[in-house]
Design a protein around this ligand. Structure first.
Ligand code: ADP
Length: 595
């Protein structure tokens, strides 16, 4: 990337030095599959000799946390290489392709012959020298857990290096809806919500069929609220109590929401902290850890990684934190381990980023680390039908929406556990459902969902439908109108003000908000999607990693989705980000303080 940037700079200087030439600009759009029709809009400017003078992405409707990097890098590469056929950005393939398609469309619509510009130019990358670095703590993975660990280690006096294999920070955490379960015990708000740390503990444990380790679960819930306070001290902004909600599968209204969309607020905060501490922290992107080094006593003492240019980077450290996330994007691994679903082949999509391939599992296996509950894989009933991603989901919280199948009928408890909701969905025709809600959530349609998209944008992109009547909505959904009307009328009886208010319905649902009776109505289609691998390496409450003989592997710590034993068979919605903050901080502190 540095080379491309210097090429761009050189080109810019060259352009400044030459007399101004006539330039022509063209604008075009393309579908990225994620964002729907017209998801990416670009302007491309050609010099009078036909070479590419500038490319700008005017609009990108794709997921925040994914779109930023390709929007910067693809245009830069196009100008530098004078080609509209450049390498995609790792982790953002669809958006990269959409930008290239939009540029091609713009030029072709303007009558430009793109044959020469479509020629793929090989970027010759010179391999940098191998190097050896020293630090106190090396962290593998710059997702939620890794960066919480890195910052906490630094706050405890350590010199820290973070390696991240992707070209950007964030992992899955940045793509999450942003909900963070936490209870401030005995606070007025908790009392009003009928909630407590102990109730969070009980629901987490029972929601995972008591497979979660009680001590780890207690550690999670007891430190959750402090975790949010810690992010606030770092400068992260959160919405207030009025925004606390029940996230899907969260079972209770205890999910706090950051001000910034999805998981982006965490990384805005974490990277600012890292940038502000250059003496003690460094973040190496495009750097993939391959191996954890151990000394003659079997204690972790560093890592070996592959750098951006294919060079070998050895990092010697006093301790190592593994925060590599899960393996939902590794079809082989998830099929080998899955003990719940029995068919997690490539046909089942995933919400995860491309880097969720279980590298940590492989590296830790080489050290004979102990793994627990690897068969526990969480699916959500909330995937985009084309990509499996969480974005594009019109729902806000559990109380205000229902799920209906292709016949226009409700079929289960939409306020239940994530595994139950997904099992119910698999039993429906084509494992396909619509989320239906009304204008209580979207008074104008310009309000944002949990992923920074407005309902109207989703409708415009063909990812949701909107209608003034239920009949019309049924037509757009291609479901039976009488069924839809009857199912909503019946549901409304259980809602606030309904004749059966306060009762559980025939599916056992107890979480009801206002009735669905306020036009216009909205519906968005969803399918099952692989979301979170809940099994992983065995840790204790200090995030120390254990081997197969039940012994501690000295100086080795793990946090986040790579660990197992917290969430059991089924993770409560809203507990994953809590997990990254709570156990990330503990791992960082343990790693900094170890001798
Ligand atoms: P968690 O929620 O546990 O923090 P995330 O998915 O948010 O998990 O973050 C895990 C991060 O680890 C991702 O950014 C991923 O790209 C990174 N990662 C995975 N394997 C490696 C590896 N071998 N080397 C460096 N980074 C890795």
């Amino acid at each position: 990337m540095k080379k491309i940037l210097s090429l761009v700079l050189a080109l810019a200087m060259l352009l400044c030095a030459t007399p101004v030439m006539a330039e022509t600009s063209y604008t075009g759009t393309a579908d990225s599959q994620i964002g729907g029709v017209g998801a990416v809009t670009v302007t491309v400017t050609l010099a009078d000799d036909g070479s590419i003078a500038a490319v700008t992405v005017d609009e990108c409707k794709d997921t925040p946390g994914i779109c930023e990097l390709p929007c910067a890098e693809i245009p830069a590469a196009m100008v530098a290489l004078n080609s509209i056929n450049v390498d995609t950005v790792s982790g953002a393939t669809l958006t990269s392709m959409a930008i290239m398609n939009a540029v091609k469309t713009a030029l072709e619509n303007g009558g430009v012959d793109t044959t020469a510009l479509m020629e793929k130019k090989e970027v010759v990358v010179e391999k940098a020298d191998d190097e050896t670095l020293e630090c106190d703590v090396v962290v593998i993975g710059a997702g939620g857990a890794g960066l919480a660990a890195a910052i906490t280690a630094e706050q405890n006096g350590a010199n820290v290096i973070v390696v991240e294999k992707m070209p950007k920070v964030g992992g899955n955490t940045i793509l999450a809806g942003g909900a963070v379960n936490a209870v401030e015990d005995r606070s007025e708000f908790a009392i009003k919500q009928n909630d407590s740390v102990y109730w969070h503990y009980t629901q987490t444990l029972s929601g995972g069929d008591y497979q979660g380790d009680p001590e780890l679960v207690m550690t999670l819930v007891e430190n959750a609220y402090d975790g949010i306070q810690w992010t606030k001290e770092l400068g992260m902004e959160w919405l207030g109590e009025e925004a606390v909600f029940t996230v899907s599968g969260g079972l209770w209204p205890r999910a706090w929401k950051p001000v910034m969309v999805a998981g982006t607020g965490f990384f805005d905060t974490y990277t600012k902290y890292i940038d502000a501490h250059p003496e003690t922290m460094s973040l190496m992107l495009n750097t993939k850890a391959e191996e954890i080094l151990v000394d003659e006593n079997g204690a972790a003492c560093g890592i070996v990684a592959t750098g951006e240019t294919g060079n070998t980077i050895t990092i010697n450290a006093k301790s190592v934190v593994v925060a590599t996330g899960g393996f939902a994007k590794n079809v082989k691994l998830r099929m080998a381990y899955d003990a719940i679903w029995g068919m997690l082949d490539e046909k089942v999509l995933s919400t995860n980023h491309e880097g969720a391939t279980g590298d940590g599992v492989k590296m830790l296996q080489a050290l004979h680390a102990d793994f627990i509950q690897m068969g526990n894989i969480q699916l959500l009933p909330l995937g985009d039908p084309k990509t499996g991603s969480l974005s594009g989901n019109i729902e806000h919280g559990v109380d205000s929406r229902i799920f209906v199948n292709k016949s226009g009928l409700r079929y289960g408890d939409e306020g239940g556990r994530r595994d139950d909701m997904t099992r119910d969905l698999f039993a429906q025709e084509d494992a396909y459902m619509w989320i239906v809600m009304d204008s209580d959530t979207y008074p104008t349609g310009d309000e944002l969902n949990n992923f920074g998209e407005t309902a109207n944008q989703l409708v415009e992109a063909g990812r949701a439908v909107k209608a003034d009547s239920l009949e019309e909505l049924a037509t757009l959904m291609n479901v039976d109108a009488e069924n839809l009307k009857a199912t909503i009328a019946e549901y409304n009886e259980y809602c606030i003000g309904g004749s059966k208010e306060g009762q559980a319905d025939q599916f056992g649902r107890t979480l009801f908000g206002a009735p669905i009776d306020n036009a216009p109505f909205y519906a968005g289609a969803r399918v099952p999607t692989v979301h979170h691998t809940m099994g992983g390496v065995r840790i204790d409450t200090l995030c120390r990693v254990y081997n197969e003989n039940g012994e501690i592997i000295e100086n080795l710590y793990a946090a986040g989705e790579v660990t197992g034993g917290i969430h059991g068979t089924n993770r409560l919605g809203g507990n994953a980000l809590t997990d990254t903050v709570v156990f990330g901080r503990i791992a960082g502190e343990s790693a900094a303080l170890c001798k």
